[in-house]
Ligand binder design. Structure first.
Ligand SMILES: Nc1ncnc2c1ncn2[C@@H]1O[C@H](COP(=O)(O)OP(=O)(O)OP(=O)(O)O)[C@@H](O)[C@H]1O
Ligand SMILES: [Mg+2]
Length: 356
């Protein structure tokens, strides 16, 4: 039984400038203990897809236009707000980069962690305060007894992020959702936090949805990767399969680069040694679609040098890729050229912290 089943999730924003097609027909299942990495350019619907399942998009202008999100057998999208609020933070922990939902500057770290626990009626105030110290210790904050009585401004950026993680896992959730949780941190601190996450995942046995722009983070952390574009899933599968046997031109573009092919080149090639010196996420030629007026077919078709006539016309379904690992799915009417599939430079990107 999957822990979470997202079925045909569709989210719209009705704005003065038109209806934004933020998320369209997103469908996937997450197993207990699984770590899913969600990647894609800005505006691809990564945040809205998780915010909407948690009841956190502003309505209006937002609206759930269709779908179901089954968590432990119940649909989160039709659940009364009170019950959803109880699941949020208790069974589904969240860590956002958004300062709105970050730490409160006028409350001690102890108060904030204890509040996260007592608001779900899990423990007495006194027991929750003792638990706050344990949690700071668990997330690797030194001298937790002393630190717990401090305010967020007395913490470094990395320590604040650890404190946010402590709050996110305070109730030992079945699922932890992190949206750009390490993006603001420097590379060394980020690597420490990712190690911590791997460790916590083992200790607590929770599943994770990890949203990031950084392919290196995903390579180091995720069992499965889901690549989003124009509010849709373009490719999904075991991380190794998606990185080494890429089937979507969009994923390929994220991993390599799609330089100007008017010069006769389609994709830049480079050796793995050179690849490490390059930024991990390359710019893809062309601009993301205007989501108030999305293309009728494959949203990536206008930027895809391999697009066929059908790509411009019809949305491709997300299906098992041909001769690929089981569970490796792709939404594409076209085939990437064999030369790209078997490209010997198609290595897994260096996991964050491992890069030279
Ligand atoms: N409150 C809102 N009102 C109108 N449109 C919105 C709102 N929130 C999000 N959108 C739109 O929904 C689409 C998906 O946005 P989303 O925030 O999910 O992107 P993202 O993939 O998380 O991007 P980023 O990497 O920049 O965080 C975008 O077109 C965005 O402009
Ligand atoms: Mg986002």
């Amino acid at each position: 039984m999957p822990l979470l089943e997202v079925k045909d999730l569709t989210v719209r924003f009705d704005t003065g400038g038109g209806t934004v097609h933020a998320v369209s027909g997103v469908t996937y299942a997450l197993e207990p203990g699984e770590t899913l990495g969600v990647v894609g350019e800005s505006g691809s619907g990564k945040s809205v897809h998780v915010l909407s399942m948690l009841g956190l998009i502003p309505k209006p202008p937002g609206r759930i236009a269709g779908g179901q999100v089954i968590f432990e057998g119940r649909d989160l999208l039709t659940m009364p707000e009170g019950e959803l609020r109880d699941i949020r933070g208790k069974k589904i922990g969240v860590i956002f980069q958004d300062p709105m939902t970050s730490l409160n500057p006028v409350l001690t770290v102890e108060t904030q962690i204890a509040e996260a626990i007592t608001s779900h009626g899990l423990m007495s105030r006194k027991a929750a305060k003792a638990r706050a110290v344990e949690l700071l210790d668990l997330v690797g904050i030194p001298e937790p007894q002393k630190r717990v009585t401090q305010y967020p401004h007395q913490f470094s950026g990395g320590m604040r992020q650890r404190a946010m993680i402590a709050i996110g896992v305070a109730c030992e959730p079945k699922l932890l959702i992190a949206d750009e949780a390490t993006t603001a941190l420097d590379v060394t601190v980020q690597a420490q936090i990712l190690d911590l996450m791997k460790d916590l995942k083992k200790k607590l046995g929770m599943a994770m949805i990890w949203i990031t722009h950084d392919m290196g983070v995903v390579a180091g952390l995720a069992d499965n990767v889901q690549v989003m574009y124009g509010g849709r899933i373009m490719e999904r599968g075991p991380s190794r399969a998606v990185f080494n046997d890429t089937r979507s031109a969009y994923t390929w573009g994220l991993l390599r680069s799609l330089p100007d092919h008017s010069e006769g080149r389609v994709y830049e090639t480079h050796t793995p040694g050179q690849a490490k010196k390059r930024p991990r996420l390359q710019q893809i030629a062309g601009a993301p679609p205007d989501m108030t007026n999305p293309p009728p077919g494959d949203p990536f078709a206008p930027r895809n040098p391999f697009a066929t006539e059908r790509c411009h016309r019809e949305v491709p379904p997300l299906v098992q890729a041909r001769d690929a690992a089981p569970g490796h799915l792709v939404a594409a009417w076209y085939d990437l050229p064999q030369a790209l599939l078997t490209n010997p430079t198609g290595a897994v990107p260096a996991a964050a912290g491992e890069a030279a």
